[in-house]
Write a new protein. Sequence first.
Length: 387
Amino acid sequence: MIEGKMTRQTIRFGVIGCGLMGREFASAAARWSHLQQVNFRPEIIAVCDPVPEAAEWFRDQVPSVRHVYTDYKDMLFNPDIDAVYCAVPHHLHSQIYTDIIRAGKHLLGEKPFGIDQAANERIMAEIASHPEVLVRCSSEFPFYPGAYRLGQWIADNRFGTILEVEAGFWHSSDLDPNKPINWKRRIATNGEYGCMGDLGMHVLHMPLRYGWQPDNVRALLGKFVKERPDGRGGMAACETWDNAILATEVKTAAGEFPMVLSTKRIAPGHANTWFLRVIGTNLSAEFSTKNPKQLAYMPYSPGEEQAWRVVDVPYQSAYPTITGPIFEFGFSDSILQMWAAFCDEIVNRGNMSQSFTCATPEEAALSHQVFTAALESQRRGTTVALS
Ligand SMILES: NC(=O)c1ccc[n+]([C@@H]2O[C@H](COP(=O)([O-])OP(=O)(O)OC[C@H]3O[C@@H](n4cnc5c(N)ncnc54)[C@H](O)[C@@H]3O)[C@@H](O)[C@H]2O)c1
């Protein structure tokens, strides 16, 4: 169905950090016509990056860009900017995010929302002083149609007694020892969390949203590739954790169950595999971006046959689009849907057209508690209770 004319409120954005993710946002904003029945639209009017070539791409590709800055503080003085998307290395999150919030701009910030727990606490304190500013953390995978439907089943209590949950996010490009080092392998820029800070918020977003907060954690962390080419003919030490398996216990009013969370930079064969598996007495279900069309599930009633079903889920996420339901959904679609959720919340607040919001700062803060406890668990070789 082609929608009628709907007035769209423009939200004027500045982008701080014009790298991989900054460009993804620009591409999502450029195809806003994909979305139907939304009364908001982003317009990127300013960008900031100290590297001129990074900002240059925006100058060339994004006609709405009117201001290019090399210092984000200058951008924050611009009164025309309503909101900021910030995608910079982790050691810069605390300073830049707090300055954005203090300037009164709404913020979609990239995970992990601070390089460590102390940095995250500074961001949370600034948020508390500016309740008028909407702050959210980027996490797009719950907007895949299969994940979105799985989330609705959790919200509707369809699983019965939960027996176990497993959630993970696996990459594999670091299997190649010749891949040059980058900021994600260094503690100073990525943080001691390593792969947990890099990938962990993605894994925790849905569990935390549905109240599955780890009570304690036993971590098994691994460093496998010790050094990498430094890009100047030499080798540089890799300092951060490559892989993490966190065995946690969840204790809710409805019951207790184990939840295994894994984040891996070296999972052979996995390019960007995000998955969630929920096993319950009435229903079990699993979604993985490895098979992005498919949702596997097994309803069960006592005495009935136990048979898994696999369905090709239609292209139906949080916000309706012009794409026909038979077509496939992909990474850039999930980014578009996440952006719609952020803009919807800025414009419509409690009256969003659907209720799944982007990850909240409180969820990001909980993820820091999990990662900090995981580091302690690894150091001590024991299970650590979350404070
Ligand atoms: N949501 C996702 O799926 C996803 C995927 C990848 C990365 N990320 C996150 O996005 C953030 C950025 O990662 P990336 O992969 O885009 O990195 P990137 O290295 O591709 O880009 C970072 C950009 O920030 C710029 N920058 C550095 N200092 C700056 C400053 N002071 N002011 C403005 N810009 C500055 C760099 O020049 C670079 O262009 C990180 O927090 C990362 O964890 C999220």
